[in-house]
Design a protein around this ligand. Structure first.
Ligand SMILES: Cc1cc2nc3c(=O)[nH]c(=O)nc-3n(C[C@H](O)[C@H](O)[C@H](O)COP(=O)(O)O)c2cc1C
Length: 328
């Protein structure tokens, strides 16, 4: 360590703080970080798991994977390389990953651009504009997903109609289920856990007129929705070869990587997870990818409507609640 270099623990704590900006299902932020020397441990927080919608913890683990990837992006901008061990403790399934600093590397412009995207990225539930995402941007997003060992399949026109039917079915099943609605109400709208959940300001004030319906949050928000549709939207199924926690962690890293690259290219992203939550619609998604893997999430890709104001950033939990630094 040179005189001007900061201690590893400070660098790791800062990376964990940047990871707080990561997207998570219903903004649950189901992660806890522990910093000790040059080691950063990522743990799942089961109290913030959607026990009804996500009993297996698939979406929880995908969410933790996005945070892990955000932390690595932050480390790369500080000029650190790191080694990641997924699920390092066979006796503790909630210990999702161990990150160890391995040395100094040069900071690339690409790393800087990705880090800038961390602060810009957000979920936009408005309809997309008539200008589709460019082919080059879509290819860059796919490359970023694949670099994490995960696949992306862009749906054809007919498959988008199938997705629309599946999304509408999943929403109907979930909104007719009292336990689902109670769980949703806990995380969504005005009365939700402080620093977490989805505020009214990012929920459309009326259901957008799209072929594929966005998630029904069972309440109208205050986000202004223009007359747009989703005619120009593309939909990607993010999938991979396995359906176990290590696969979900990788899926989360891929979602984060793809979303940050999309942001860099001016492409907006809206995840659809209700179709993954319900076993029947998850099977339908599997058929859309010819049963060659397991679907983790669907992403809508498009460009934002320039006429209406975009949604604000959602709040985050204070770092003190998600990061523990062990003094040595
Ligand atoms: C695994 C996962 C699933 C998600 N599912 C949905 C969804 O079904 N519908 C939706 O509107 N947003 C969905 N989101 C977006 C989150 O609600 C969003 O990331 C969170 O509220 C934080 O807001 P931000 O992305 O603007 O920072 C999902 C995000 C993740 C990571």
């Amino acid at each position: 360590m040179t005189e001007t270099e900061r201690p590893a623990a400070a660098v790791l704590a800062e990376a964990a703080e940047a990871a707080g900006y990561a997207p998570s299902v219903h903004n649950t932020q189901p992660w806890r970080w522990r910093v000790a020397g040059d080691i950063l441990d990522l743990h799942a927080v089961r109290e913030r798991q959607l026990r009804v919608a996500d009993p297996e913890g698939r979406l929880l683990t995908i969410s933790c994977g996005t945070a892990l990837h955000h932390a690595l992006v932050a480390l790369a901008t500080e000029g650190w390389s790191a080694e990641v061990t997924p699920l390092p403790d066979p006796a503790d399934a909630d210990h999702l990953a161990r990150v160890r600093l391995t040395g100094r590397v040069g900071v690339t412009p690409e790393a800087m651009r990705l880090f800038q995207a961390v602060r810009l990225r957000h979920t936009d539930r408005r309809p997309v504009s008539e200008t589709p995402a460019g082919e080059e941007a879509l290819a860059a997003v796919e490359r970023a997903v694949r670099a994490e060992g995960v696949q992306s399949h862009l749906l054809t026109g007919d498959q988008i109609l199938e997705l629309a039917a599946a999304a509408s079915h999943a929403d109907q099943v979930e909104t007719e289920d009292e336990e689902q609605v109670t769980e949703l109400a806990y995380w969504i709208g005005g009365d939700r856990p402080e620093g977490a959940g989805i505020p009214d300001a990012v929920i459309p004030s009326r259901a957008p007129e799209t072929t594929v319906p966005g998630r029904d949050f069972v309440r109208a928000g205050t986000l202004t929705v223009g007359p747009g549709h989703d005619r120009a939207a593309r939909y990607a199924v993010i999938y991979g070869p396995g359906d176990e926690p290590a696969d979900w962690l990788r899926a989360g890293a891929a979602v984060s990587a793809g979303w940050l690259v999309a942001t860099e290219h001016g492409v907006t992203v809206l995840p659809f997870s209700s179709v993954v939550e319900l076993p029947t619609t998850r099977r339908q998604l599997r058929e859309m990818i010819s049963n060659v893997g397991y679907p983790y999430l669907v992403l809508r890709l498009g460009t934002a409507d320039p006429e209406t104001a975009g949604p604000p950033h959602t709040p985050r939990l204070p770092a003190a609640q998600t990061i523990e630094v062990v003094r040595e």
